[in-house]
Design a protein around this ligand. Structure first.
Ligand SMILES: [Zn+2]
Length: 62
């Protein structure tokens, strides 16, 4: 099995349901913010990815 080295996964916890989730993080040259649905509770969370790979999750209704 060949791994795609251009992406990495980040283990996070959903800000809504607290379940463990796995995000696919793609390398970027600048900070990114996007919305992704939790795979457990399907609620939209705001994903913020810093250039150094740090990931922050926020509830959309905060
Ligand atoms: Zn969730």
């Amino acid at each position: 099995m060949q791994e795609d080295l251009s992406t990495e996964t980040s283990k996070q916890y959903c800000p809504y349901c607290g379940e463990h989730i796995r995000l696919i993080i793609e390398p970027f040259d600048e900070p990114q913010t996007y919305t992704e649905d939790c795979e457990v509770c399907c609620r939209p969370m705001i994903v913020q990815v810093e250039v150094n790979g740090d990931v922050f999750l926020q509830r959309e209704d905060d």
